[in-house]
Design a protein around this ligand. Structure first.
Ligand code: PMV
Length: 374
C-alpha cells in the first residue's frame, strides 16, 4: 500500500474527476432508446495492481479486438419523480438475469455523481455477447464499456454540443469505474491507459487512443484465442489486483511496466517485431509470475497452456514467422501474428494448437477500431 501511495503521490492528471460532472442537463426527454456494440481488448502491457476505483498501479496498453464484443441496448422512460434508488431491468441474451443486477447496481452507485440523471429514469437493459458466456473470455471489458457508452448516449441527448472527444473520454472514464480494463475498449486499434511520463496526455482516469505513429506491420494484426479452460475464473480480477498490495515485487513490477511502455512506443513505430514479441511474451509471463509469487499464490496456467507456449516457440524458430502469445489472468492463450503470415500461422494453429483446446474451441479475432453506435 505504501509503495502504491508513494507512486501515486507523484502523479498529475490531464483531466480531473470533476471535469466529468455535467453542468446542466435538460431532462425534458421522457423516453428513448440507445444502443452500442463494444469490443473486448487484449493487453500487451498488463494492468495488474490498483488503488481504489480502478486507479491503475502502472500504465498499460492494449490491442482493441473486433469479433469478441457485447451489444447493449437501453430503453429509458422518465419517472414521475426522482427516485431514491436505481430502477432497471436486465436481460441477458433475451432472458431476465437477476444475478447480474448487483454488479450493475454497484456500477451505478460509483457513477451517480457523474450521471445524476440515472435516478430520474427507469432503464430496460438488454445485453448479449458474441462469445459464449462460459468461454473463459472475460466479458467485463466489452460489457462495461457497452453499458457506459449507452449511458453517454443518453447524456448526449440531454446536453448541448458535447464534443466527440469528451464523449469518448467520459465513456472510458465511466467504463473504468465498472471494470478497469474496460476503459481501453472505447477506441481502437491501440489504447493506452495509466499515467506515464512517456505519454504526456496519458491519464489514470481514462484510456486514450495511442498517440504516436504505428508501423503498418501492426495493421490487421490477428489474435486467435485458444480456449484451454472454459471454467469459471480461479481468481477474480478483484482478488488478483489485491494480491499486489504487499507483494514483495510490486514496486519493481510497476516500474518494469512503465519501462516496457517506453520501449514498446519505439517498437510500435519502427516495426521491430522481434522486440515486440519479447516485450509482449515477457509481460504475459510476468503477470503470471506475480500470481505465482503472491501470498496466497496461484498457478493459472494449465498443462495445455504450457504445451501451446512451447509449440509456438518451436514453430517460430523453425518457420521464421513472427507468431507470439499473450495471456490474461487465466489459462487461455491469445496467439498474435501479423496479417502477411496469417495463412502459414493459422495452418499451424489448426494442426498443432487446437488439439490442446477444450473441445477444440477457439475464436478468430483481429485488431479492431473500437466501439460502434448501432
Ligand atoms: O479489468 P480487470 O480488473 O478485469 O483486470 C484485467 C487485468 C488483465 O486482463 C489481467 C490485464 C489487462 O491489462 O487487461
Amino acid at each position: 500500500m505504501t509503495v502504491l501511495k508513494t507512486i501515486f503521490a507523484q502523479r498529475e492528471y490531464s483531466m480531473i474527476e470533476t471535469d466529468f460532472i455535467p453542468d446542466t442537463l435538460n431532462l425534458d426527454k421522457d423516453h428513448g432508446i440507445v444502443q452500442y456494440t463494444s469490443p473486448s481488448n487484449i493487453a500487451l502491457i498488463k494492468y495488474w495492481g490498483k488503488l481504489e476505483n480502478q486507479i491503475p498501479a502502472n500504465p498499460s496498453i492494449s490491442f482493441t479486438l473486433n469479433a469478441c464484443s457485447t451489444t447493449t441496448k437501453i430503453e429509458y422512460v422518465k419517472l414521475g419523480k426522482k427516485a431514491s434508488d436505481f430502477s432497471f431491468d436486465l436481460y441477458f441474451e433475451g432472458l431476465p438475469k437477476e444475478e447480474f443486477k448487483p454488479k450493475i447496481t454497484t456500477f451505478f452507485k460509483r457513477i451517480i455523481t457523474y450521471m445524476p440523471f440515472l435516478l430520474e429514469y427507469r432503464l430496460s437493459i438488454h445485453t448479449s455477447n458474441t462469445f459464449p458466456h462460459s468461454s473463459g473470455i472475460a466479458s467485463s471489458a466489452s460489457g462495461m464499456s457497452a453499458l457506459a457508452l449507452c449511458l453517454m448516449e443518453m447524456e448526449r441527448s440531454f446536453t448541448k454540443n458535447m464534443t466527440d472527444d469528451y464523449f469518448d473520454r467520459k465513456a472510458s472514464f465511466l467504463s473504468r469505474l465498472g471494470s478497469g480494463s474496460a476503459c481501453r475498449s472505447i477506441n481502437g486499434p491501440l489504447v493506452q491507459w495509466g499515467k506515464s511520463n512517456f505519454i504526456e496526455s496519458s491519464s489514470d482516469l481514462y484510456g486514450i487512443p495511442f498517440p504516436y505513429d504505428v508501423h503498418p506491420i501492426f495493421n490487421n494484426f490477428h489474435d486467435t484465442i485458444l480456449l484451454v479452460d472454459k471454467g469459471e475464473k480461479q481468481v477474480s480480477s478483484t482478488v488478483g489486483h489485491d494480491l499486489m498490495h504487499g507483494h514483495p515485487f510490486a514496486a519493481n513490477r510497476f516500474k518494469q511496466a512503465d519501462d516496457n511502455l517506453g520501449k514498446i512506443i519505439g517498437v510500435l513505430e519502427s516495426g521491430n517485431i522481434k522486440e515486440f514479441i519479447n516485450i509482449v511474451e515477457s509481460e504475459a509471463l510476468t503477470l503470471h509470475a506475480m500470481m505465482m509469487t503472491s501470498n496466497p499464490y496461484f498457478i493459472l496456467m494449465k498443462p495445455n497452456t504450457l504445451s501451446i507456449i512451447n509449440a509456438i516457440w518451436e514453430f517460430r524458430e523453425t518457420s521464421k514467422t513472427h507468431v507470439c502469445f499473450t495471456l490474461d489472468a487465466g489459462a487461455n492463450v491469445h496467439v498474435l501474428y501479423p496479417e502477411n503470415e496469417k495463412d502459414k500461422v493459422f495452418s499451424f494453429i489448426k494442426e498443432k494448437l487446437v488439439p490442446f483446446c477444450q473441445n477444440g474451441q477457439y475464436i478468430c479475432d483481429q485488431i479492431g477500431q473500437g466501439a460502434k453506435k448501432k
